[in-house]
Structures are given as C-alpha cells and as structure tokens.
Design a protein around this ligand. Structure first.
Ligand SMILES: Cc1cc2nc3c(=O)[nH]c(=O)nc-3n(C[C@H](O)[C@H](O)[C@H](O)COP(=O)(O)OP(=O)(O)OC[C@H]3O[C@@H](n4cnc5c(N)ncnc54)[C@H](O)[C@@H]3O)c2cc1C
Length: 469
C-alpha cells in the first residue's frame, strides 16, 4: 500500500493527518531521521482507536509521539517508511480536576507545563518538572517514566499516576482512569504501560496526583570541593530539612564553563570557581521565614564542617529562576558545543563519588583529552554523565570512540549495581546495549509481556527490546 493510499484511507476513517510531517521525523538530538507512510494526528481517543484497529488489520506498525523531546530515538520511526507516526499533540484537553481527591485527569498530548499551570490555577501542585516541560507531553512523560528535578520528594512519573486510559495494540480502549490510591485487584496493568515507551499500547489519558502548593520555596547554589562532599551535604540536608528538601542537583565546573560560553547573558551566583556545585531547593509548608531559618542553619553548618566552601541563597523568584537556568541550560550548551556522548546512569548514592572518580580516570586513559560533563539528580543517584571531545578534536573521529566509551561507563555501572538508563529510557539508542546488563530471566519476562500485549509487534517496533538472539 502506498503512502498516498494509506493517507486517503485514514482521512476516510475520519483521522486527521499532521499538517507538516517533516518536523516530526527527526529526533530532538538529530541522531535519527525516520520516514513514515503517514503522520496521523487524531484529536480523540475514539480516533486513536480507529487508527490502531485499522493498522492492526493491515499489519502497519505504529510509532506514538508526544512532544518529541525524548533523547533515545523512541518516538522516531525507522527509515523503512513502513510505519504510521501517531502524534498525540492534538489530544491536549484537561478533562477534570478533583481538588478533594487531589487528582487531575488530562489527555496524553497535554504539554507538561500546561498541566502544572492548570494545577496551580486550582491551588495545587503537579510536581513533575524537567527542562523540556514547555514541549514534552504527559503521554511521553508516562511512557518514559520521566524523572526530573523533584523525584527526591515526589517520585518519578510512575509515582504520580493513579490511572490510565490506553488504546491497546488491537485498537480496544481500556478505561483505567481510576483516581484510587489503593487498588489491589490483580496485576497492575497501569504499571505495564508506564515506561513501556509506546511498545505495548497508546496512552490516551491519565489521572495524576496533585499536592498542596508549598507556602515558600527557596533555592541555594553551593560550591563543594568534591562529589564526596556533595553526597555528605545531601545527607545533612535530608536530616535538617526532612521532606522540605525537594531538589538536589550536582553541577561540575566544566558544565558552568559551557553555559558561560553558550549563554553569555548567564551570571554565576558565586565569585570563585569550584570543582563542583550543588543546586538545592526546599519547599516549605509553613512560611518563608521558616524556610529561610532552616536553610540558613543548614548552610551555616555545612560551611563550618567544610562540606560547602561558599553559597548563595536566591533572594527573589527571578534569582531562583536564574540559578535554575544555569542547570537547565547545560544540555543545550553541550549540544551547542558540538557532538557528545550522553549517558543517563543510576548508581546507589553511596557509590556515586567512587563511580565518578574511577570512571573519569578510566575514560581519561582511554580517550586522552576528553572533557567530562557531569551533572544531574544527585539526590536520586542519577547523573547525566556525558563526554565531550578534546578541544579542537574532530567530532566524527571522537564519535568513533562511542562503543569503547559506552563500554567503560556501563561496565562501571554494572560493577556498582546501577542502571544504564535511569531516566531517558532505551528507545533505539540503548536497546541492544541493555542485553548485556539485564539477566536472561528479565529479558525473557519482558519478551513474554510484549508477546502477550502486542503479538504482531506493531507497537513501536525496534524500540526497548533487544534484537532476538
Ligand atoms: C532539554 C531536555 C531536558 C530533559 N530533562 C529530562 C529530565 O530531567 N528527566 C527525564 O526523565 N527526561 C528528560 N528529558 C527527556 C524527555 O523530555 C522526556 O523523556 C519526556 O518525558 C518525553 O516526553 P515527550 O512528550 O517529548 O515524548 P516523545 O519524545 O514524543 O516520546 C518518548 C517515548 O514515549 C513514547 N510515547 C510518547 N507519547 C506516547 C503515548 N501517548 N502513548 C504511548 N507512547 C508514547 C514514544 O513512542 C517514545 O518512545 C529531557 C529532554 C530534553 C530535550
């Protein structure tokens, strides 16, 4: 069937096509360029169900896509031109807010920032927060089990979701939009679809948890001499601030250098450079004065014990935003600097300092001159452990080192009982890598789930699961 035939069939089924298909066929990092028979842009669950039923009958693969901010090529079709790209972007309605149950029910294509805003307008907090929040969608967040900067306090996207509406690989609609915090009635189907990266079905809506808005939020930027001190500061902050500690991010000096260079309007909060910095946030349920007193006592104690060498507390919302912009602009600054090898690793917090020291040394020995871009969610044991080429090195020559660099990074992760993908998922980028780090039984169970839910392998084929042995 030609692309024109399929597009005509979809239009005959009442399923709108995307106005400009070209924009959605390249991934955010521009690593993958796909082609598709058609780009469908349904506006309702019923339209998604009709599309999926049609594709199941005709044996046409489907690649779901939300905001296309994923970093592992999960939302990009392959270049065979066989698949239909299913954009959820038009399914962007807030269906309901229940402030007594503290839940919000939204369609999958809702942009994360719009969900946060709707919650705020209802006097509630939806705490999922990440640098891509102006473009990424709830469907994509749930499908990748996104983390972000407040996991420490509120958990991953999975922890924030109470119910799902899903169109199955057969085109049936499963209405699991329950706003229940307790439900022990068998296998948890919701948890199967969360983090499945579109390989088991299409998420069309979700019921999400809401929280009280904090009375005050404070942000601090602290210089620390090394990763060990950052971990010790994390533990001290947990003891002193308790559940008020909502974010704890590590930033290396080289990350800030990149931001200085590519975002010249940025201003560093501290006068002198330090090997590492911590960006810390507290969300207080009492008052600004209470938050301030706790924060100042914590930083005073940390400076006295040598964990922190200098610190600044944001004096206004604008200053807090400027601190956060330093952190959020790191991925963009690194992309502007040129090609790089990205990792999104998780190791137990107690091993993170040793992991960084040992792996930095092993990489420096293997590829002399490389520059380590180390930052991320230290409070969750999750680092963006990225590698940029030596100054003046040819990008393509450097990228030829990727397999060797990945092996060093992932073998070290395995030695520390970690994860090769703590946040971004596997997509196309890491699915075959995963075969070395999952046990045979885990892979067998994952394949069994895929076979049970999508026996024709039409839902986002070539993603998540490794090639068959
Ligand atoms: C600057 C930047 C910062 C980032 N920071 C973070 C971070 O801190 N934490 C983090 O976890 N991630 C982060 N990411 C990665 C990315 O933003 C998240 O993975 C996000 O959750 C993806 O959402 P999306 O709507 O863009 O999904 P897409 O990129 O469109 O899709 C991602 C995957 O989900 C599938 N999918 C999308 N929608 C659906 C649906 N409705 N049903 C079934 N499958 C679907 C796709 O097929 C694909 O496999 C960042 C990305 C960028 C560019």
């Amino acid at each position: 069937m030609s692309a024109t035939d399929l597009s005509a069939q979809l239009l005959a089924l009442g399923i709108p096509l995307h106005a400009d298909p070209a924009v959605t066929l390249t991934d955010w990092r521009k690593r993958y360029q796909g082609t598709a028979r058609a780009v469908a842009s349904p506006g309702s669950t019923d339209e998604v169900a009709r599309l999926v039923s049609h594709c199941a009958r005709e044996r046409i693969p489907i690649v779901p896509q939300g905001g296309n901010t994923g970093l592992v090529g999960g939302g990009t079709p392959d270049d065979s031109g066989e698949a239909v790209l299913l954009s959820l972007a038009r399914m962007n309605r807030i269906r309901a807010i229940d402030t007594e149950n503290d839940t919000i029910t939204v369609e999958a294509g809702c942009v994360l920032a719009n969900v946060q805003q709707a919650a705020r307008e209802a006097g509630r907090l939806f705490p999922l927060s990440l640098a891509a929040e102006g473009s990424c969608t709830i469907g994509g967040n749930l499908s990748t089990n996104a983390g972000g900067v407040q996991v420490l306090r509120y958990g991953n996207a999975r922890d924030l979701c109470l119910g799902l509406e899903v169109v199955t690989a057969q085109g049936e609609v499963w209405d699991g939009l329950r706003g229940l915090r307790k439900d022990n009635t068998g296998y948890d189907l919701r948890d199967l679809f969360i983090g499945a990266e579109g390989t088991l079905g299409v998420i069309t809506a979700a019921t999400l948890k809401l929280f009280p808005l904090p009375a005050a939020q404070l942000t601090a930027f602290a210089a620390v001499p090394d990763v060990e001190s950052a971990v010790a500061l994390l533990n001290l902050a947990k003891r002193r601030l308790g559940s008020s500690l909502t974010a704890f991010e590590l930033i290396s000096e080289f990350c800030l250098t990149l931001v200085d260079q590519h975002f010249p309007q940025s201003r560093r909060p501290l006068a002198s450079a330090s090997p590492y910095y911590v960006l810390m946030e507290s969300s207080d349920s009492e008052s600004a004065e209470h938050a301030q007193a706790l924060f100042e006592a914590l930083l005073g104690e940390a400076i006295e014990s040598g964990l922190v060498t200098d610190a600044a507390v944001a004096a206004s919302i604008a200053q807090s935003k400027a601190f956060w912009a330093l952190r959020e602009n790191i991925p963009l600054a690194q992309a502007m600097e040129g090609k790089n090898i990205k990792h999104d690793i998780g190791v137990p917090i107690s091993s993170i300092a040793e992991y960084v020291a040992q792996t930095n040394a092993a990489l420096a020995a293997a590829v002399p001159g490389i520059r380590m871009v180390v930052f991320g969610h230290l409070g969750d044991g999750n680092l963006h452990y990225n590698v940029s080429p030596a100054v003046g090195a040819d990008d393509d020559v450097f990228m030829a080192n990727e397999p060797q660099v990945n092996q060093i990074v992932y073998e070290a992760v395995a030695r520390h009982q970690g994860s090769i993908s703590a946040e971004h998922g596997l997509g196309q980028l890491k699915r075959n890598e995963n075969v070395h780090y999952k046990s045979a039984i885990e892979l067998r169970l994952m394949r069994a789930i895929k076979q049970a839910l999508d026996p024709l392998d039409l839902m986002n084929p070539g993603k998540v699961l490794p090639d068959s042995p």
